[in-house]
Write a protein that binds this ligand. Structure first.
Ligand SMILES: C[S@@+](CC[C@H](N)C(=O)[O-])C[C@H]1O[C@@H](n2cnc3c(N)ncnc32)[C@H](O)[C@@H]1O
Length: 203
């Protein structure tokens, strides 16, 4: 392995550990101190409907860690299959279930198994059925051409292999399917000191 590949693999491993630690903490202890917006305050700032936030289980709202509102453009219809990439504690998946209705289906994907456990229990508390598959966004554990809408909130920026993530989204979408993604992008090349800091990248 070349030095550069070895360095990237080691950074990727550290980043994974930091992502697991940080978002697990938001799921387990949402009232703790975080240096990023989260919970109801963040969801309100991103124009989530008050009615949704009142109706969803408080645990799903408190552990919300998104960076925007993918529902503003997702236009989910009754009966559609929706996939929430990096579903976290489950707020977006629960809202998607309300929109897709009983004839639709919502699938969460998260590489942290504890997040899938939390999302499914929050969805059950909301009276909604939700599948959640443990897996990576770079290798989505879902059949090709099986999804109408992909939503994702604050997740793809965490990947080292973003092109691969979009190839995977393209693979799983049905022909004519769509995606609604809210995420962080930078118009400037980030400095090496930021790129090499797993804490900054993870948040
Ligand atoms: C910033 S949180 C956002 C969670 C959720 N979308 C929300 O809005 O609350 C990022 C989530 O993506 C998951 N995640 C990070 N990297 C991932 C990867 N490579 N594959 C799948 N999930 C990943 C984390 O475990 C975490 O639940």
């Amino acid at each position: 392995m070349s030095d550069a590949i070895e360095a990237q693999a080691s950074l990727e491993g550290m980043l994974k550990d930091e992502i697991l630690r940080m978002y697990q903490e938001v799921a387990d202890n949402p009232s703790g101190e975080f240096h990023f917006f989260h919970g109801r305050e963040a969801a309100e700032a991103f124009e989530y409907q008050q009615e949704w936030l009142d109706r969803a289980p408080p645990g799903a709202v408190a552990s919300f860690a998104g960076v925007g509102n993918p529902h503003l453009r997702a236009d989910i219809q009754e009966g559609e299959t929706v996939l929430d990439l990096g579903s976290g504690a489950g707020l977006d998946a629960i809202i998607a279930s309300w929109n897709a209705g009983p004839s639709g289906k919502v699938i969460g994907i998260d590489f942290n198994p504890a997040m899938c456990v939390k999302a499914k229990s929050q969805a059950a508390e909301a009276g909604e059925a939700m599948e959640c598959h443990e897996g990576r966004m770079e290798d989505i554990p879902v059949e090709s051409e099986s999804v109408d809408v992909v939503i994702s909130n604050g997740v793809i920026n965490l990947s080292f292999r973003k092109r691969r993530v979009f190839e995977e989204i393209h693979r799983i979408l049905k022909p004519g399917g769509r995606m609604s993604i809210t995420d962080i992008v930078s118009g400037k090349q980030l400095s090496q000191s930021i790129v090499n800091d797993p804490k900054l990248w993870a948040s």
